[in-house]
Design a protein around this ligand. Structure first.
Ligand SMILES: [Fe+2]
Length: 393
């Protein structure tokens, strides 16, 4: 058959949007800041890593050279809370920025996006106001949004999504709308040079999971497949190099480009149950997102292989890598990155985990990523999968 996609029943294709209006990538592209016309710049960042590495000072000075004024909102936590979003939005209302910058990992970029929505729309006051807003609030009356990622993984710089934690109920909420696609993305690999090896490994495996889940998504299309396939191949080949030698700028650049490319695929065709399970487990046991994805990924490749389209797509990637079995390739990659083969090594409280399995299974079943997985499991199958990823057999 000429068009292999015809082998599958497709949900109607949705409009593709690959990035905002300006997408910069490659070493040194941070200098692009000099051309940005806005003059009141509100920078949102996480812990102290951007300060320590000197990146924050460099970003501010590039804006200052341009005659712009900057202010910094520091301390966005991993899994950013609605409380933090509210504080940031209040600070924005006082400063009145015309450009908001998310600088750091996924948490800083996501929190900045959510703050932006509340800044543009002061009539929204609760998390529920945003989660239930229909139609999604229009943005850009007050400010544009710029992302500068410091990791090669989440791809929030080219995505329409945010994950915000309801600090009162302790629940993570994923929310996606193309309105939140950043206007400008500056993906400069030099910023990622100081990333420690375990963060390189975990965020890189998050990016690989994005590529492989987009590849077999039941919304996958001609263009998303090109992006997902190339990103997956580059990550499998390059991540061990970036992990071993963080100063290797060629490897860092390829990882950043591949992460961004995987992001373009998944923000359009969505993900699958590796993410559904990682969201559930991460929410209850606070396992880092990329680490949870890395451990779960090979088991779900095996599970999804029962579906012919997914089996063929995985075999295609394995073949291009000169291998036969993609799940084994991922197991080997995890080993090289010193990532455990199952969750029992990360969550030692076996009884506590087993007690929560039914609840985790329901959370995974209801996760927004489940509906685009090649096979949509029932809660009982999710329970089996949760035990499989815990014990590894
Ligand atoms: Fe992810």
């Amino acid at each position: 058959m000429i068009n292999e996609q015809k082998e599958r029943d497709f949900i109607m294709m949705r409009p593709m949007k690959l990035a905002g209006s300006e997408l910069m990538f490659g070493r040194g592209c941070l200098e692009y800041i000099r051309t940005i016309p806005e003059k009141r710049i509100f920078i949102v960042t996480g812990g102290s890593s951007m300060e320590k590495s000197g990146t924050l000072a460099k970003v501010e000075s590039l804006f200052h050279d341009n005659g712009a004024e900057t202010t910094v909102f520091r301390g966005v936590e991993p899994d950013p809370s609605f409380k933090t979003v509210g504080e940031g939005a209040e600070a924005m209302k006082n400063f009145r920025p015309d450009l908001i910058v998310g600088l750091g990992g996924g948490s800083a970029m996501d929190a900045g996006k959510a703050m932006w929505v509340y800044y543009e729309h002061p009539e929204l006051t609760t998390l529920d106001d945003l989660l239930t807003a229909k139609p999604f609030p229009k943005l850009r009356k007050k400010a544009r949004y710029l992302c500068i990622p410091s990791t090669s993984g989440t791809a929030s710089e080219v995505s329409r999504s945010v994950v915000i934690t309801d600090d009162e109920k302790g629940l993570k909420h994923g929310l996606g709308n193309m309105e939140m696609m950043p206007d400008i993305a500056i993906c400069d690999p030099e910023i990622t040079i100081t990333m420690p090896p375990h963060i390189t490994a975990e965020t890189g495996m998050d990016a690989l999971t994005h590529a492989l889940e987009a590849l077999v998504s039941n919304r996958a299309n001609y263009l998303s497949n090109i992006l997902a396939e190339k990103a997956a191949l580059d990550i499998v080949r390059t991540l061990p190099i970036a992990y071993k030698d963080g100063k290797n700028i060629d490897a860092r650049e390829l990882m950043m480009n591949a992460s961004m490319t995987a992001g373009m695929a998944f923000t359009n065709v969505s993900l699958g149950i590796v993410h559904s399970l990682a969201h559930a487990i991460g929410g209850y046991f606070h396992v880092a997102h990329g680490l949870a994805n890395a451990v779960i990924l090979p088991y779900i490749i095996r599970f999804n292989s029962a579906e012919p389209y997914a089996r063929k797509a995985y075999a295609g990637i394995a073949g291009l890598l000169g291998q036969e079995d993609l799940a084994s390739v991922i197991h080997g990659l995890n080993e090289a990155l010193k990532i455990p083969a199952n969750l029992s090594e990360i969550i030692p409280d076996e009884a506590g985990y087993l007690k929560l399995v039914p609840e985790l299974a329901l959370a995974a079943k209801n996760d927004g990523c489940t509906k685009t997985n090649p096979i949509i499991p029932e809660p009982a199958q999710f329970e089996e999968l949760l035990k499989l990823v815990y014990y590894g057999k």
